[in-house]
Design a binder for this molecule. Structure first.
Ligand SMILES: Cc1cc2nc3c(=O)[nH]c(=O)nc-3n(C[C@H](O)[C@H](O)[C@H](O)COP(=O)(O)OP(=O)(O)OC[C@H]3O[C@@H](n4cnc5c(N)ncnc54)[C@H](O)[C@@H]3O)c2cc1C
Length: 456
């Protein structure tokens, strides 16, 4: 029997509601990281903003934990909770594009695949994640790093406005002109301030890109990493991409006898004129022989879904992250010591560039504070077997401990594990105090606390 209170909520919502007694509950409670096994009291798969308001009110009035789920990719499993309410936005995925004003609006549960496919039709794109199944909402609210960041800034830098349901059930617009403090906080502050039911972005002329993955031998990794460090400082801003430790999956473009070997891959994305792509990537190609590659012109959404199969739902995840100002020789040595030991084909380490347009936004212009970092590093442990948890977590931690002394104190909140909650102030540096003030104004009772939490 469902609890009477959940039944009261059921009467209020147009979307689907799942309690432990409902068929579909097991699927509804499941999140992307299979390590997370929580049992909410009720999952509300909202059909519209009214449903969101009802679910927020229900959690507030009954003093229940409240988790908000967009794309479900949170590694610490912030899209679910034990015994509380889950607002699942996965039915609210519409994207509309206005080519005349070069803007696009996504509902709060849209994924980057939804977004990129819609804007591609108009030859437009904005900075988004490198995997198509990641949520637009969660990624943008934390900052948003992707191939186009050097040219157009972080995803949050392209946010024009957002519709937000706040803890008291109000529906607010946040933009430079309305509730500008909330708008400031949403651009990096994560899910701390309310449920964002739609996000409006600037979009830019990008349709086909030139790029893809190139695989270098581990013996050449030092040269590639040193080249990357120097090159990316003033490379043309249409050049995006990142180095990645990668065990070769059994793909046709990789010689069969090398499947299962470890490489330093470089995933490149040239978003300038296509005919300049080959020469734009030439300096990288000249560093060392390329063992295997799948580089060429392709639709931007194709690159953004090229690696989806490596990260299906249902893997175990444990990640750690840091911002980096300068990739010193000592830092590169630490990468060279731990990278080649990457234990699973799904696992990787990415060193994303966040300079260029990201640096033209002032440190205090948005909540995202590390405008002086050149790189955001993520050590992403991902593997299928729970039996291998200890070994994989140990690899992530060992790698992190070796690189942390060469990194900033803070890291990107969207790449962090649950055990990094203690780093929250460092992640926001001088912006933390203002975030606390804004949290006190919009969510004084910390209803939205299932996240990298900014305490009021
Ligand atoms: C395979 C994979 C690839 C990734 N690639 C990238 C990448 O290229 N670039 C990058 O920057 N990050 C990347 N990330 C990290 C990603 O940004 C975070 O995991 C992010 O939290 C995912 O958002 P989501 O909506 O999918 O997740 P969810 O688990 O649904 O939500 C995560 C958090 O965001 C909040 N949230 C989500 N939607 C809303 C909303 N509409 N309103 C209010 N709060 C909301 C939730 O409450 C929760 O705290 C990747 C993660 C994975 C697992």
């Amino acid at each position: 029997m469902a609890t009477p209170t959940a039944e009261m909520l059921r009467e209020q919502v147009r979307g689907d509601l799942f309690t432990p007694d409902d068929a579909g509950y097991e699927e509804a409670r499941t999140v992307y990281n299979a390590m997370i096994d929580r049992h909410p009291r009720v999952v509300v798969r909202c059909a519209n903003v009214d449903d969101v308001v009802a679910a927020v009110g229900f959690a507030r009035e009954h003093e229940l934990d409240l988790a908000v789920r967009g794309g479900s990719h949170s590694v610490p499993g912030f899209g679910t909770c034990d015994g509380g309410v889950v607002i699942d936005l996965s039915r609210m995925r519409g994207v509309t594009v206005d080519p005349a004003s070069r803007t696009a609006r996504a509902e709060g549960g849209a994924t980057w695949g939804d977004f990129n496919n819609a804007t591609y039709e108009h030859g437009l794109a904005t900075t988004g994640g490198i995997i198509s199944t990641t949520g637009v909402g969660g990624l943008t609210l934390g900052g948003g790093i992707g191939y186009l960041a050097r040219g157009f800034g972080l995803s949050c830098d392209n946010l024009v406005s957002a519709e937000v349901v706040t803890a008291d059930g109000r529906r607010l617009t946040a933009s430079e002109d309305e509730n500008d403090d909330l708008f400031w906080a949403l651009r990096g502050g994560g899910g701390n301030f309310g449920v964002v039911t739609s996000l409006e972005f600037k979009v830019h002329p990008v349709k086909e890109i030139y790029g893809g993955p190139m695989f270098f031998e581990v013996d050449d990794a030092a040269d590639v990493l040193r080249f990357y460090r120097d090159f990316i400082v003033d490379a043309p801003e249409q050049f995006g991409g990142f180095p990645a430790w990668q065990i070769a999956p059994p793909l046709p473009f990789i010689p069969e006898e090398r499947h299962g070997d470890t490489f330093l891959a470089f995933v490149a994305c040239w978003a300038g004129p296509l005919e300049e792509g080959e020469s734009a990537l030439k300096p990288l190609r000249d560093v060392a022989p390329v063992v295997a590659e799948m580089v060429g012109p392709m639709p931007y959404p194709a690159l953004n879904s090229a690696f989806d199969a490596l990260v299906p739902p249902g893997l175990q995840h444990y990640w750690k992250a840091n911002f980096v100002k300068e990739l010193s020789d000592a830092a590169i040595d630490a990468h060279l010591e731990h990278g080649p030991d990457v234990p699973a084909v799904n696992s990787t380490v990415h060193i994303y560039p966040i300079n260029g347009a990201c640096h033209r936004v002032g440190t205090d212009e948005t909540a995202f504070a590390y405008r002086d970092a050149t790189f955001a590093t993520v050590i992403a442990g991902m593997w299928p077997e729970p039996a291998h948890n200890d070994a994989n977590i140990a690899w992530v931690r060992g790698y992190y401990e070796a690189t942390a002394p060469h990194s900033e104190e803070g890291g990107y909140i969207n790449f962090m594990a649950d055990d990094d909650q203690g780093r929250i102030e460092a992640n926001y540096k001088g912006n933390y105090g203002r975030l606390v003030d804004i949290k006190r104004k919009y969510d004084p009772d910390n209803l939205f606390h299932v996240n990298q939490n900014i305490r009021p």
